[in-house]
Design a protein around this ligand. Structure first.
Ligand code: GLY
Ligand code: MN
Ligand code: MN
Length: 438
């Protein structure tokens, strides 16, 4: 969709962000909010910086990416953007902001973040960001009475945010297709990574997380981080978990490919079919924990059907055998952060929704509401340490070890889509983009 549509959607988004801020400020007893984009951080003992990533609580207001900038907001007034454009001939200062969103702010260009003090004035501020000299003494940093409700409500994405995520997905899917082509053409993990970045139109630091691109046994490492420069002979499988961003909003997509037809490809198909059924459950009112538990039942069915375990599916779930092969959560909230905020919040003002017993890695325990954007990412992996633990504690008696030995060289499978809860049927941003690209 063209920028014009984002322009149409942004105003309503900002109105909603301001309404949420008004409520949070009343709850916390503050007169105004200062959102800090953040400052660049230097490597230890060095004079170069880590890649800069703006504070997501700042980014919820506007798509700017510049350091040392501030949104200053008081209920009933237009938000002000204090935009730092330093006099600097070592680095290129950020350009004066332009675009569909700028007209919604009173723009104040300053040369130094210290000038925030003049722009802010003396009221009781809630300051959202890391402490720093520009904001010292202006108010309380990240007061939970304000951040709690703001983070909680961020789970519900506005139509503007969903459109940003759809645009991120279009870029991510374009890059996933380029990555598959590079794999089929004989590229190494590193070659595929470069093909991905080029197709996504992103330098590495602009991706929402480090690409996970693994062949064979590397696909059994959940967050595999090395990109081998050489492609080994006879590669059997390829797992890619990689995203893209638009205006700060992420997509988070995983696909797994078999080099040749055969048992592993059938297993990929089975996980893909199960994934689509689970994605169809992303509906308002559904407890996300139930989708996670349903995923274990699905995985159990696949393990039995493919001769990997010999017990019943029910026993595989009850004994924790499914966690040997599927040791992570079914997914998480997605947005300005890949693992977006407030996945465990019981209410805007606090409390925690517990994870199901025996499922420590689930990252979302809330009931879904319209506008929640989540991932659905089931997997089956052959991870040596977990298999050995199962062998040692008796669960291994129900494992067909010959079958595991045959599949182990393929590493593992994960299929991950990004899905928006809405009444009727969910919107699967990932499948939609793959279908449009075909
Ligand atoms: N790419 C990280 C995740 O899927 O959660
Ligand atoms: Mn994910
Ligand atoms: Mn992922």
């Amino acid at each position: 969709m063209a920028q014009k549509s984002l322009a149409e959607l942004y105003g309503r988004h900002l109105q909603e962000v301001m309404a949420r801020a008004d409520r949070a400020l009343i709850a916390g007893g503050y007169q105004g909010l200062i959102m800090c984009s953040g400052s660049q951080v230097y490597y230890y003992l060095d004079d170069s910086t880590y890649p800069f990533r703006p504070n997501p609580r700042y980014r919820a207001w506007l798509p700017d990416t510049s350091p040392d900038c501030f949104v200053v907001y008081r209920p009933g007034r237009r938000p002000k953007l204090v935009f730092t454009q330093p006099d600097d001939y070592w680095y290129l200062p950020p350009e004066r902001p332009e675009g569909y969103w700028v007209g919604h702010f009173d723009l104040e260009i300053v040369r130094s973040p210290a000038e925030l003090r003049k722009a802010a004035g003396r009221v009781r501020w809630a300051v959202l960001g890391e402490p720093g000299p520009a904001t010292e003494g202006l108010g309380d940093y990240d007061p939970p009475a304000v951040t709690g409700p703001l983070d909680y409500s961020r789970a519900i994405k506005s139509p503007y945010e969903i459109e940003c995520m759809a645009l991120a997905t279009v870029a991510g899917v374009r890059a996933h297709r380029a990555a598959e082509q590079a794999f089929r053409a004989g590229g190494s993990e590193y070659d595929i990574h470069l093909a991905y970045c080029r197709a996504a139109g992103a330098r590495e630091e602009e991706l929402p997380y480090n690409n996970i691109i693994g062949f064979d046994r590397h696909a059994a490492v959940l967050h595999y981080q090395v990109l081998d420069r050489e492609r080994p002979a006879g590669v059997k499988s390829f797992l890619i978990d990689a995203g893209a961003q638009h205006a700060g909003y992420a997509c988070d997509i995983t696909r797994t490919y078999s080099a040749e037809p055969g048992d592993f490809q059938e297993l990929v198909r089975a996980v893909d079919a199960a994934q689509q059924k689970l994605a169809a459950r992303v509906l308002p009112g559904v407890d996300y924990r139930d989708i996670h538990l349903e995923a274990h039942r699905s995985i159990a069915g696949i393990l039995v059907a493919h001769g990997i375990v010999s017990c019943t599916p029910e026993a595989a779930v009850e004994t924790g055998l499914t966690s040997v092969f599927f040791p992570h959560g079914i997914g998480h909230l997605l947005g300005l952060m890949v693992h977006d905020a407030s996945g465990f919040a019981a209410a805007p003002d606090g409390g925690t929704r517990e994870k199901p017993a025996g499922h420590p890695y689930l990252r979302l325990t809330r009931d879904l509401e319209p506008g929640f954007a989540v991932t659905i990412e089931p997997g089956i992996y052959f991870i040596d340490s977990l298999l050995e633990a199962a062998r040692a504690d008796g669960r291994g008696r129900a494992i067909d070890w010959k079958r595991v030995e045959a599949l182990r060289p393929f590493g593992g499978i994960r299929i991950e889509d990004n899905v928006v809860a809405q009444p009727g049927a969910p919107r699967n941003l990932t499948r939609e983009a793959f279908a449009a690209a075909n």
